[in-house]
Design a protein around this ligand. Structure first.
Ligand code: PRP
Length: 208
């Protein structure tokens, strides 16, 4: 059988995504989030799942290494990949926010320093506002940056708000709503359309 490849991002919504796929009749029997295995199969449906870093999912789909992907809107937007964003899977709802300690600095400073895991999204947001910024790319623990004088503010995702609260940061502005999406490679969508539509319909039926 010619297998379809699905890239699934590791992280907080992976188990929920696996559960959703299972309800849609796509089951990776030997999947376990702590497994070190990187490839899992549903032999009945003919789907090969590659379990990769969440930030890399759009790259797998854009390059055609995967036909489909399940990724957060944050990682999709930041990657600026050329792909189809087909469906909101309604998992991992959170927000993109601008946060910091000192709101006056945020509103009054001419040129802000912004720390973020998402420099492209940060730049695009402030460009639309007509505000000059300098971005500092970090890969995690971004909340630290305003606390140690590395940046004026951060652009990051907020889910429960606990990380901001525990570090004494406040939300200054909300940029966007984020959730987990199903993405599709453009060529695969043309050449494997029947099978991809079957998967989309199965997911739609579960999501209601
Ligand atoms: C994300 C994000 C925030 C936190 C928000 O980080 O960058 O730090 O989660 O969640 P909360 O609002 O529920 O507290 P992640 O847990 O992915 O870790 P990281 O800092 O290592 O990127």
């Amino acid at each position: 059988m010619d297998y379809l490849t699905l890239a699934l991002g590791k992280g907080r919504t992976a188990i929920q995504a696996i559960d959703l796929l299972s309800q849609a009749g796509i089951q990776f029997e030997d999947f376990h989030p702590k497994s070190r295995k990187l490839i899992f199969y549903d032999h009945t449906m003919g789907i090969k799942m590659v379990y990769v870093k969440a930030i890399d999912v759009p790259t797998y789909v854009d390059t055609g290494a995967a036909d489909l992907g399940i990724a957060g809107k944050d990682n999709i937007q930041e990657s600026n990949s050329n792909l189809y964003d087909m469906m909101d899977l309604k998992l991992g709802a959170c927000q993109f926010v601008v946060a910091g300690v000192d709101k006056q600095t945020y509103t009054e400073k001419q040129k802000l320093t912004v720390a973020s895991k998402y420099p492209r999204i940060a730049s695009s947001f402030f460009q639309k506002k007509g505000k000059q910024i300098q971005t500092i790319k970090l890969n995690g623990s971004v909340e630290l940056a305003p606390l140690i004088g590395m940046a004026d503010v951060i652009v990051d995702i907020m889910e429960t708000g606990t990380t901001l609260k525990e570090n004494g940061l406040s939300v200054f502005e909300t940029i966007d709503q984020i959730s987990t999406r199903l993405i599709v490679n453009k060529a695969s969508f043309a050449t494997k359309s029947t099978r991809i539509h079957d998967i989309l319909n199965r997911l739609r039926n579960v999501l209601g």
